[in-house]
Design a protein around this ligand. Structure first.
Ligand SMILES: Cc1cc2nc3c(=O)[nH]c(=O)nc-3n(C[C@H](O)[C@H](O)[C@H](O)COP(=O)(O)OP(=O)(O)OC[C@H]3O[C@@H](n4cnc5c(N)ncnc54)[C@H](O)[C@@H]3O)c2cc1C
Length: 416
């Protein structure tokens, strides 16, 4: 770290994930000067999610990006299928869930491709700036306390970026959120994920494949030349699984998903299996004077239901809709860096987005608990629920959860 350089923008966004990049794009589209800081050199991270739900496809359509999106989508799910090793449980075609919605598929697209696409589009707006390999280290505060921007490190130098509004879009494990000086509520997570790849072979289906069995639940995501597998285990089970050895691990996974058995020899080393610790948390308050948290930084989502990206994008759309005009007005004020955007206006974002985040998190936690309880059922008992529960799952209940997870609670549309 050497000397400090100064810059200024209207909105400084820390974190180039779905929340940060989409917010940058939407604000720049309105003419707001925005700088997104991303600490990595690219978006290529193995553990990013892949599911792009109808709620997000509508937004891509509004932006005129659907045709380009089609070129990066690697598979599409037209139904929710959920089964156990003892038989199928739920089969729900999506066109029956929300018939009036224009989209009825969950698209699978690597998140790095989606982020690259959004950035390419965002760069067409002159007020958009993205700094890669730029890591936020702290905030800048006025002497009276409100946040007035960000301090970040890039190329061995520390820079200061003054801003009217600072957005924490740093995702799970955000460090910036401590600057909001609010409580982090831990909802508890019963699961962790073992994350590894196995080969795809000719004739494999394009869809996501999920099954629950004794000892775990396996979800395989199509990433064109390989399957990305998320093997769900009880929280804290990883150390015991590793101690039992790789052969026992392959047997455990193959017992849950027999179709994977002949591919599992591709997992040759524990280095191939990453433990992803799953947490479900949220901030008691999403904003403080001069700063707002959105996406996983405000409400860390479990991978359950593959909804986190879509909620993060919903947060970005709501933020741009609710704050865009006030940010433009602030931008026109020569004394903009001496003033704090009205906290009551910033608070509108939380008021709009808290409900979808909280309800989804509660369902995720309940589903995780149920799944872990089922993976512990011993060999003498069936994993299939009793007939009345199965009848319920075949009826309206099977449409309710996809409605919430795939179409989203309080879905957002870009205003104007
Ligand atoms: C194993 C796993 C699988 C998942 N699968 C799915 C899925 O299939 N579908 C789905 O919808 N959701 C999925 N999720 C959830 C989803 O990944 C998150 O909810 C979503 O990515 C949140 O987006 P975000 O933009 O808020 O944060 P993130 O995607 O976490 O992005 C935050 C960004 O901020 C950057 N950053 C962090 N700190 C700094 C700093 N100090 N300075 C600069 N940059 C910084 C990070 O490098 C990162 O690029 C999954 C989660 C997990 C753990």
């Amino acid at each position: 770290m050497t000397d400090t350089e100064s810059g200024a923008t209207t909105v400084a966004i820390s974190g180039g994930g779905p929340a940060g990049v989409m917010l940058g794009l939407l604000l720049a589209r309105q003419g707001v000067e925005v700088t997104v800081l991303e600490k990595h050199a690219d978006f290529l991270r193995d553990f990013r999610g892949d599911t792009v739900h109808p709620s997000t496809q509508v937004i891509l359509d509004q932006l005129g990006l659907l045709a380009e999106f089609d070129t990066i989508a690697r598979g599409r799910m037209t139904a929710i299928d959920f089964g156990t090793t003892d038989g199928p449980l739920v089969h729900q075609p999506l066109d029956e869930v929300n018939p009036r919605h224009p989209f009825h598929e969950v698209a699978l697209a690597p998140q790095w491709d989606l982020l690259d696409l959004l950035v390419r589009h965002a760069r067409t707006y002159p007020t958009f700036r993205l700094e890669m390999e730029a890591e936020t280290v702290s905030v800048v505060r006025s002497p009276t306390g409100p946040v007035r921007g960000i301090r970040y490190r890039k190329d061995g130098q520390e820079h200061e970026l003054r801003a009217v509004l600072t957005v924490d879009a740093e995702g799970r494990g955000s460090r910036l959120r401590s600057e909001l000086r609010t409580e982090v509520l831990d909802l508890g997570s019963a699961i962790d994920v073992e994350w590894f790849r196995i080969p795809r072979v000719e004739g494999d289906p394009a869809e996501l494949r999920g099954v629950l069995g004794r000892g775990g639940a396996a979800v395989a995501i199509n990433r064109a030349d390989y399957w990305q597998v998320a093997f769900i285990v009880a929280k804290g089970a990883d150390a015991g699984i590793r101690a039992a050895g790789l052969e026992a691990f392959r047997k455990r996974v193959g017992g849950v998903a027999p179709w994977m058995r002949d591919r599992l020899p591709a997992v040759t080393d524990w280095g191939d299996v990453k433990l992803l610790s799953v947490g479900v948390e949220r901030l008691k308050r999403w904003s403080a004077p001069g700063v707002l948290a959105i996406g996983d930084a405000a409400h860390t989502m479990s991978p359950m239901g593959g909804i986190g990206i879509n909620l993060a994008i919903g947060d970005a759309v709501a933020t741009a809709n609710l704050l865009g005009a006030d940010l433009l007005a602030a931008q026109a004020d020569p004394r903009r860096f001496e003033r704090t955007l009205n906290p009551a206006i910033v608070d509108r974002v939380e008021r709009r987005r808290r409900l979808p985040a909280e309800v989804t998190q509660r369902i995720q936690v309940a589903a995780q608990n149920r799944i872990i309880a089922m993976t512990r059922i011993d060999a003498g008992r069936s994993l299939q629920p009793p007939a009345p529960v199965r009848a319920l799952l075949a009826g309206p209940v099977s449409r309710l959860l996809p409605r919430i997870f795939v179409y989203g609670i309080r879905p957002e549309l870009i205003a104007g």
